[in-house]
Design a protein around this ligand. Sequence first.
Ligand SMILES: [Zn+2]
Ligand SMILES: [Zn+2]
Length: 380
Amino acid sequence: MSKQDYYEILDVPRDASDRDIKKAYRRLAMKYHPDRNPDNKEAEDKFKEISEAYEVLADAQKRAAYDQFGHAGVDGQGGGFGGGGFGGGGDFSDIFGDVFGDIFGGGGGGGRRRSSVQRGADLRYNLDLNLEEAVRGCEKTLKVPTLVGCEVCDGTGAKPGTSAKTCGTCGGIGQVRMQQGFFSVQQTCPTCRGEGKVISDPCNSCHGQGRVEETKTLQVKIPAGVDTGDRIRLTGEGEAGTHGGPAGDLYVQVNVLQHPIFERDGKHLYCEVPISFVDAALGGELDVPTLDGRVKLKIPAETQTGKLFRLRGKGIAPVRGGSTGDLMVKVTVETPVSLSSRQKELLKEFQDEMDEGKSKHSPKKHGFFDSVKKFFEDMT
Ligand SMILES: [Zn+2]
Ligand SMILES: [Zn+2]
């Protein structure tokens, strides 16, 4: 039997953020959780399926492997769901705790130890690119303030030579039970805040956090053809995890800046080129800008203002492949200004000549005024 796509199972797009994946999993898991669907085999299967999908997509490395190789990339990695199935490994309680910690955590669970190993947060970096950079691709140096693993203590938070000790209050469970009347209430251990361990001799460099703030410098290759809204994921370049957990990812969010000449719509470019009314009337050759330099555009005689000329293949090659877009050149007829008296004279002479055969030279104008005349006649 071929397996269903993990993204489809969780009903999220392929570029969904970790948060969205978590949200989707949470929503579905709430619905199909065995506690809520007793003796329902179908719900149980569904629950296993979504848990398996989540286990892979929530893990940066497994997700990357899955994105690249599909199920083959993550199956049989052991420990998880891929091989052994439901309840197979220690992983399950980790994801379960991670997502459900705050829902099921308080009352019911019963002594499950909350893992203090946590994946680092994902980071977002807003990157402005000019149009040329976005179209051609480029390499950018990003300075990203982030949390990285402390080198002094190797991320443990304990002073070198010492190590964290099991919490005496909760015995390493991270939770304590309190008797309140008839009820026994489970709470996060106040001593270790659920970590299960206490650091008596904290590292001087990170003050026991295991992570330190640092501005990371990253070289990022921006592929050609990116557009506003595109995200580039740099796996493992987010914040460091805690207590040896994996680092989060860094998402570079692309924003393409306005260009003085070109307007972009997906893979097509638009630009407006002004022409004189003489060129418009007689036709001629225009110098038209493209991203690769100037090209000549022949415009026919009797070109009206607003006419679009399409230059095939002079647009943008999309980052996801497919045909290169076009450049649309919109010509606008510019009314001449600052005329000399001689020029005005010539235009008047020209006008007189035009009046001879009104409807022939300006069919649109003629037709328009005919309609206006009819409009007012119909009113009376
Ligand atoms: Zn340290
Ligand atoms: Zn404790």
